[in-house]
Design a protein around this ligand. Structure first.
Ligand code: FAD
Length: 377
């Protein structure tokens, strides 16, 4: 089976074996049986955050196809007041293979707030905690309570609270190497404010606020927020659409670098920079092979705009290396796209070129956001 057909970037050679379990029991049995063989294995959800080698995967690929969104009964959960939305909350258990956007759509239509700004992010719910998906001022981590996890090392199923997952900006302990299978995720959402209205969480992203015609911190009807996010995403090619080649990507290919404040001071004054949240401090992006900037204990770290760095390094939207079928998206500087028939090699050549240009110009080594399978940058 050609893995290119199962990834949104549309690259990747053959899998030796592809299995597609559809029920939780089947998934557990399949994964346990595969692990017991000692052969290589790869879990795949929607294939929207991976770059798989043109040589394919010489092992078993398990494509998680379980479905289901189930409210947890009040007896099984301790209801705690939600920080911003009052004390009416609902908890859901979502099976790993459930498409993430189906969960958001369900929540929005049910009047449950907390994940509406994550509308339109492709992929499965089980993969959502891997890089703590985020967009338009929201992150999964704010609504994630726990995951049900089959640990590769112990073979045990554990319920791991979100607080123990090391969630940060586009990362988690699972992305950093803790191996296993996310069987399901547990979310806590707000079930209306004190007046029972279906309003969004406070809008926390400037572009979204201006599209909605509101101010940061305002709350708007859930449907309006979802529609605005989907509209913004579509305008940038960040919504999967078979008719939109700019969406043949793995989303943002590079994360926004986190560097020391000291280092950031040496960048041009116009370089956008944002304060990082406390969780981000542990995941500072290495500055590359060149002498790293020493970070004094307690020094602040700041997040830079990878898109700004790329553009100012002279790489504009639509850029492609001569003869290559990989390009920078024509509507989103951070997305590398398959313009038709690209290989993983071509995507990676372009990524390396961008890394090299940005490093030469600013001394910052951009880090890839997708998971690289059988390839490296
Ligand atoms: C057009 C586009 C827009 C995007 N926009 C955003 C965005 O705004 N914000 C954002 O954060 N991301 C974005 N992404 C990236 C991507 O959608 C998310 O990272 C998503 O969560 C990946 O889910 P997936 O099921 O496709 O994962 P896959 O690509 O299938 O897998 C990703 C990783 O998760 C592992 N994995 C998958 N399922 C499981 C499981 N059940 N248990 C354990 N490990 C598992 C895989 O082994 C792999 O390491 C975008 C991608 C695209 C193509």
């Amino acid at each position: 089976m050609r893995l290119a057909d199962l990834t949104t970037l549309r690259v990747g050679g053959d899998a030796r074996l592809l299995l597609e379990p559809t029920t939780p029991d089947e998934l557990l049995d399949t994964v346990r049986a595969t692990w017991s063989t000692g052969e290589d294995w790869l879990l795949l959800g929607g294939g929207s955050n991976v770059v798989i080698s043109d040589d394919g995967f010489d092992g078993t690929v398990i494509r998680v196809r379980t479905r289901g969104i189930e409210p947890l009964t009040p007896e099984t959960v301790a209801v705690r007041p939600s920080a911003y939305l009052g004390d009416r909350t609902i908890r859901l258990r979502v099976q790993a293979g459930e498409p993430w956007d189906a969960v958001v759509e369900h929540a929005v239509h049910s009047g449950w707030a907390g994940i509406e700004a994550l509308s339109g992010i492709p992929g499965s719910s089980g993969a959502a905690p891997i890089q703590n998906i985020g967009a338009y001022g929201q992150e999964l981590g704010s609504s994630l309570v726990a995951i049900e996890f089959l640990d590769y090392l112990t073979g045990q199923i554990e319920r791991i609270p979100a607080t123990q997952l090391g969630l940060g900006y586009r990362t988690s302990l699972l992305k950093q190497g803790r191996q296993g299978l996310v069987l399901s995720i547990e979310l806590e959402l707000s079930d209306g404010d004190s007046a029972g209205r279906a309003l969004s969480a406070p809008v926390a992203y400037e572009q979204l606020a201006s599209t909605l015609g509101v101010r940061i911190g305002d709350r708007v009807p859930l449907d309006d927020l979802r529609a605005s996010v989907l509209g913004l995403r579509a305008s940038k090619g960040m919504l999967l659409d078979p008719d939109d080649r700019d969406s043949f990507s793995a989303g943002s290919f590079f994360t926004n670098p986190i560097v020391s404040e000291n280092f950031a001071r040496g960048l041009p004054a116009a370089a956008p920079r944002w304060p990082t949240s406390p969780e981000d401090r542990d995941v500072a992006v290495p500055l590359g092979d060149a002498p790293a900037v020493p970070q004094a204990a307690g020094e602040y770290q700041v997040k830079l705009s990878a898109a700004w760095l790329i553009e100012k390094a002279g790489i504009s939207r639509g850029f492609a290396l001569p003869g290559s079928h990989a390009a920078v998206s024509s509507r989103h500087t951070l997305a590398l796209v398959n313009t038709g028939g690209a290989t993983a090699d071509e995507i990676l050549q372009l990524a390396r070129f961008i890394q090299t240009r940005v490093f030469a110009e600013f001394g910052v080594r951009l880090q890839p956001e997708p998971v690289l399978v059988g390839v490296s940058l």
